[in-house]
Design a binder for this molecule. Structure first.
Ligand SMILES: Nc1ncnc2c1ncn2[C@@H]1O[C@H](COP(=O)(O)OP(=O)(O)OP(=O)(O)O)[C@@H](O)[C@H]1O
Ligand SMILES: [Mg+2]
Length: 276
């Protein structure tokens, strides 16, 4: 598991312009979990993400992955294999000029045998549904396809945990949906733990667990249905509820007998169809 204990992170500590980005955060993430994180700009989401695989080291407190603390530099190589990281902009994450060579980059650095690298690359491209683009040049791909290649590059390292920091924010609706479908498949079929930071409340409804961050703290932690039903709690966080939840509330106010806690279009359709 990933264990975050009394984690505080300060940018430029001790200077006049210091910023406390995380304040005494405690969090445990189990293997196989699907966790979404929402929070307003500057609430500390990206800082937390970077601490989970040792890209940043705690100012105080500890982050450990499978009992390996990021405070010990000797652990970082192993931790970065265990915890894969995907960022917003796919352009910055692709290094090679051919898709399959890009995906092979990580495993090659591990010094694996050629056959093993080949197997990992084929598997990773298949998981993100990009096998037929193996010989393409990345610059010919759409932003969504590039992001899938970037994800394949991380999957080729066979991480146990995948942390994605707003992976869909630069994509069109179709590209976004494809990424979400891939994340769901990785989680349910392959048991990869997914930690998905997003600005889109409708993307958070697929998670087992939803965290809301505000001012460097986790202020809410529960199932998406629980968290989104706490309207008062969300009010000051800048986090909005999913469109279907909002619509359901409006319809309930108009007197329709449907549940207020609807999260998805499918649930809305079911609720409306069972009205009589
Ligand atoms: N490299 C940096 N140097 C100094 N301050 C930083 C740095 N990166 C982030 N911060 C500050 O730390 C705080 C948390 O930022 P962080 O990027 O973690 O928030 P976030 O929740 O990811 O925001 P967003 O939704 O905009 O991506 C903010 O006040 C931010 O200005
Ligand atoms: Mg961020």
């Amino acid at each position: 598991m990933i264990k975050v204990s009394n984690l505080t992170y300060i940018y430029n500590p001790g200077r006049r312009d210091q910023i406390i980005a995380l304040r005494d955060v405690n969090l445990t993430i189990q293997p196989g979990e699907f966790v979404a994180i929402l929070g307003s700009n500057g609430s500390g989401k990206s800082t937390l993400a970077k601490l989970l695989n040792g890209l940043l080291i705690p100012t105080s407190g500890e982050v450990s992955v499978e009992n390996l603390s990021t405070n010990d530099p000797d652990n970082l190589r192993r931790i970065r294999q265990l915890v894969g990281m995907i960022f917003q902009n796919p352009e910055n994450q692709i290094v090679a000029t051919i898709v399959e060579e890009d995906v092979a980059f990580g495993p090659e650095n591990l010094g694996l045998a050629r056959d093993d690298i080949r197997r990992r690359v084929d598997r990773a491209l298949s998981l993100v549904r990009m096998s037929r683009y193996a010989r393409y040049e990345p610059h010919l791909l759409s932003a969504g396809q590039k992001q899938r290649v970037a994800i394949a590059g991380v999957l080729a390292m066979m991480p146990k945990y995948l942390v994605l920091d707003e992976p869909t924010s630069m994509l069109d609706p179709l590209g976004r949906k494809e990424i979400i479908d891939i994340l769901k498949g990785l989680n349910t079929e392959h048991g990869t733990a997914v930690i998905h930071i997003t600005h889109f409340p409708e993307e958070a409804v697929f998670a087992h667990r939803l965290l809301i961050m505000e001012g460097g703290r986790i202020i809410s932690d529960g199932s998406p249905r629980e968290v989104f039903s706490d309207v008062r709690g969300l009010k000051h966080t800048g986090v909005t509820i999913p469109p279907m939840t909002d619509l359901a509330r409006g319809l309930v106010e108009l007197g329709l007998k449907i549940p207020q806690s609807i999260l998805t279009v499918d649930e809305m359709v079911d609720a409306l169809c069972s009205l009589n």
